[in-house]
Ligand binder design. Structure first.
Ligand SMILES: [Zn+2]
Length: 621
């Protein structure tokens, strides 16, 4: 019971932090760790407990959703068939759209395309009707007093079960708070939440038991100063000097000398008489926490990249905001990748209100490295398919096949998972049987190559993605420090319209997807938003309808093949412009117009959504 009290207190802490406003902000500092040197077993069991607790809560949530649905079916029976209809119509519509796109490529198919388009319009009308009917039915369900009462009773019962689970299987305090926070998120999602895999990926090293991925955490109630953290007096979290052997640096499997100058001690439970029990990790202390920081908690995470463990700790603290000089500039960003003539990838184009503009390009080296990863992947696929084909042919002809092998190779010809086959071969190595002398050596050779290649690929991809992330962070920080307002287009990056095929490669759907994946404009957008929030700039997301098709110089609607050339000459005024420059200029203009409309007649126009708080001197405006 004491535990649940502490939870409520912690929740209050979090609220206080959120409300404190302009002069203090919550930040996170991340440090690299080496694998635990003390109580590794305890850390592992804590992570397993966290995963088990998570999955138990997910199962409870799925149960709650099922019960709620059956309640709703009893009170408002028309919702279910309507939901099914909406899904069916949506699928039919997207199938039609795909068909139109394919037909458009054929020569002389204009009439077919027209007929299909008419069909699509009808289907869309029907979809809208079904959606409206569903909305009405849902409103009725919300207003139904009987259903509301039943739902409240269900909510209460779920809470009781949740408490029961917490008492019986929850990991230690800080860690179960972490789990419950992610459960909160899963509960808000529209789709049914999925279970988390408890076991991690396969591991080459036999010395280490399989930890998989996971996290443990601690909360510091009321917070503690950075000085107290470094003094090593806290009962939750300490950072102390590392023994000399660690400070000299160590050779890691990747050949790097990582120098751990400090030790992180994080509480993983209590011993006799509530004495804290700490796990210890060598910590790569690349910079100290700022003076005056108030530490709120820490999370130790384990990720598996390739077949190696990667440990890190994120320390959450509160610090005073550095006052920012006021900035008044506005920059508009048009996001979306495009291949440049020199082979580089453009991620975005920016235009500011002083008339300056430029493009943001993904570093060519990142692109090369990601290409290499894709090559490695396709080599693995070729080898995998060859082995699968061979094995599928051999199995029915073999004189003797043990039962376990038959059971573990069911529907072999449909397999996609390399790891699954690797597990079978590893098992086979310890359970050889007569008659396998011809096929097994082939499999074993494949096993070695497959492991080597997949490890190479995963590490290379991880490095390349981190390099890209760094490059984007640098650009985003520069923009956020220079301008007071960052204007972005409100759109869904997965939407088809952003999948512009690169110039000179008219039909390359695969190349398209690969490049979108390489440039990751969505990631850049997220980084820009975060940087703006950190630096006290404002982020505006505007409806960008028509920004790509209209000329910024004369406002005329242009019609041309946007995929053929980066440049276009306006057919109304004759101005030659870069497509992305044009889109960014239009976005900037929409923003300026919106500001003017707001100052003239307040409340008369649709206000743009505002994200991020103005911090520092700008808040005083
Ligand atoms: Zn024009």
């Amino acid at each position: 019971m004491a535990d649940s009290l502490r939870v409520e207190e912690a929740a209050d802490d979090a609220l206080e932090v959120a409300e404190e406003g302009a002069d203090r902000s919550v930040r996170v500092e991340r440090y690299g760790l080496l694998p635990p040197t003390l109580l590794r077993e305890r850390v592992a069991s804590e992570m397993r407990a966290a995963a088990a607790y998570y999955n138990a809560l997910i199962s409870l949530e799925r149960c709650r959703r099922d019960v709620f649905r059956s309640l709703r079916r009893a009170y408002v029976p028309e919702i279910d068939p309507l939901e099914e209809e909406v899904v069916r119509r949506r699928e039919a519509l997207s199938a039609l759209r795909d068909q139109i796109k394919l037909t458009k490529r054929e020569v002389g198919a204009r009439d077919v395309v027209r007929a299909l388009s008419e069909q699509a319009t009808e289907e869309r009308t029907r979809l809208f009707a079904a959606k409206a009917a569903l909305k009405d039915a849902r409103a009725r369900a919300r207003d139904d007093a009987g259903l509301r009462e039943a739902a409240l009773a269900l909510e209460e019962r779920t809470k009781v079960w949740h408490k029961g689970l917490r008492r019986s299987i929850a990991p230690s305090w800080g860690t179960y708070l972490l789990v419950e926070r992610s459960i909160e998120q899963a509960r808000r999602a529209v789709v049914d939440p999925a279970y988390r895999r408890v076991r991690g990926k396969e591991r080459v090293s036999r010395q280490l038991e399989d930890l998989g991925q996971g996290a443990i955490g601690v909360q510091v109630q009321g917070g503690m100063t950075a000085e107290a953290l470094y003094a090593g007096t806290s009962t939750q979290l300490q950072i102390v000097d590392a023994p000399l052997s660690y400070r000299r640096g160590r050779r890691t499997p990747r050949g790097l000398r990582k120098c751990a100058t400090k030790m992180l001690r994080i509480r993983v439970g209590s011993g006799e008489g509530r004495v804290p029990v700490f796990a210890e990790f060598p910590l790569i202390h690349h910079r100290p926490l700022p003076e005056g920081a108030v530490i709120k908690g820490a999370t130790v995470r384990l990720q598996v990249v390739g077949m190696q463990e990667r440990w890190s700790v994120s320390i959450t603290y509160e610090a005073e905001c550095v006052p920012m000089p006021p900035r008044s500039g506005v920059v508009a960003l048009d996001l979306g990748w495009r291949k440049r003539p020199d082979g580089g990838l453009r991620v975005a184009y920016w235009v500011d209100d002083a008339g300056e503009h430029g493009e943001i390009v993904m570093p060519a080296s990142v692109r090369g490295r990601l290409r290499k990863c894709d090559d490695l992947r396709s080599i693995q696929d070729v080898l995998f398919n060859r082995v699968i084909r061979g094995l599928t042919r051999w199995l029915p002809k073999a004189l003797f096949v043990p039962k376990w092998l038959t059971a573990r190779t069911e529907r072999l010809d449909r397999w996609r998972s390399h790891a699954r086959l690797r597990r079978v071969v590893t098992h086979w190595r310890d359970n050889r049987f007569p008659g396998d002398w011809r096929v097994f050596p082939v499999l074993e050779r494949w096993l070695h190559r497959s492991r080597h290649l997949s490890q190479w690929e995963e590490n290379a991809r991880d490095n390349a993605l981190r390099q890209r992330h760094d490059a984007y962070c640098v650009v985003a920080a520069r923009l956020a420090r220079r301008y007071g307002v960052v204007v972005l287009e409100e759109f869904d990056l997965s939407a088809q319209k952003r999948l512009r095929p690169p110039a000179g490669e008219p039909d390359a759907p695969l190349a398209q997807r690969v490049q979108l994946h390489h440039a990751a404009p969505g990631e850049f957008r997220q980084i820009v938003t975060q940087a703006a929030q950190r630096e006290g700039a404002q982020v505006l997301k505007l409806d960008g309808a028509g920004t790509t098709s209209h000329c910024h110089a004369c406002g005329g609607a242009c019609d041309w093949d946007q995929n053929r050339d980066i440049h276009h000459t306006c057919e109304h005024c004759g101005t030659l412009w870069d497509q992305d420059y044009n889109a960014a200029m239009n976005l900037l203009r929409i923003f300026v117009k919106g500001e003017a409309a707001q100052t003239r007649v307040p409340g008369s126009t649709k206000k743009p959504t505002r994200f991020g708080k103005r911090k520092g001197p700008r808040a005083a405006e």
